[in-house]
Design a protein around this ligand. Structure first.
Ligand code: C5P
Length: 237
């Protein structure tokens, strides 16, 4: 389960990150870094994480014209990111360009190609919020499945979605398509802005390949214990 838990380092406090990454070294296999952590650490963090046994998911949710996203993805692939995401809503052509660029960058740098994920609909948005923000004819789950199929057709390896959508995505995209789920809340953690959530155990039961957890760990009094409890829950699923 260690390899299926991704800890979201949503902080720009370098000391916190140093402490966490030192403490969790044998317990956690993946860190997710976004704008804040990357800003605090710089690209020098990639070799450090890798030497210390961590894989890095670069969560910058790219969403731009195909040429720009292709370059963004290529840059992060060259640094050794093991997972990279982009908004599937950026479109088929954008995702195709990202895939081609990741292939080239990995080949040139003699690295493994990073896993590429399409973000479907943010887990902080519920059905009412979806209708308000997107004004779509489709329902939220239908849109998630539509974007997952689009991402798959464009050559991405999987999607970021809520654990509540795993079943319809599996049905549409098959078992090899990766499903990474944020929107994870143990019973003992605060909900915050997340809306489409489950517990760690339920996400694993529903068939998530990876779960992403941030605040329940980062804001815990004892983050190491929080990780331990989450891993226990995942193992019990
Ligand atoms: O603190 P929390 O556990 O809610 O963190 C979830 C992480 O997953 C955050 O870094 C957030 O940016 C990210 N994320 C998300 N929902 C998505 C995609 C990414 O919450 N659909």
């Amino acid at each position: 389960m260690k390899d299926r838990l991704i800890v979201a380092l949503d902080t720009d406090d370098g000391e916190d990150i140093d402490w966490l990454s030192g403490t969790l070294m044998d317990t956690v296999g993946w860190f997710k870094i976004g704008f804040q952590a990357l800003n605090a650490l710089g690209n020098e963090c990639f070799p450090w994480f890798s030497q210390n046994g961590y894989r890095v998911f670069v969560d910058l949710k790219f969403h731009d014209i195909p040429n720009t996203v292709a370059r963004d993805v290529g840059t992060m692939a060259k640094h050794g990111a093991r997972m990279i995401n982009m908004h599937a809503a950026g479109g088929f052509e954008m995702m195709q360009a990202a895939r081609a660029s990741a292939d080239d960058a990995a080949y040139d740098a003699n690295l493994r190609r990073p896993v590429l994920l399409g973000v479907t609909i943010l887990t902080s948005i519920d059905e009412a919020g979806f209708q308000q923000n997107f004004g779509s004819e489709r329902g939220l789950t239908e849109q998630v499945v539509y974007l997952a199929q689009l991402a798959q057709a464009a050559g991405l390896d999987g999607v970021v979605a809520s654990p509540l959508e795993i079943e319809p995505i599996r049905k549409a995209c098959g078992n090899k398509f990766l499903i990474v789920t944020p929107g994870i809340r143990p019973e003992w953690a605060e909900t915050g802005d997340q809306r489409r959530m489950t517990t760690p155990a339920e996400a694993i039961e529903r068939g998530a390949d990876y779960i992403v957890v941030g605040r329940p760990i980062l804001d815990a009094e004892d983050p190491e214990e929080a990780v331990y409890r989450i891993l226990q829950e995942m193992r019990g699923a």
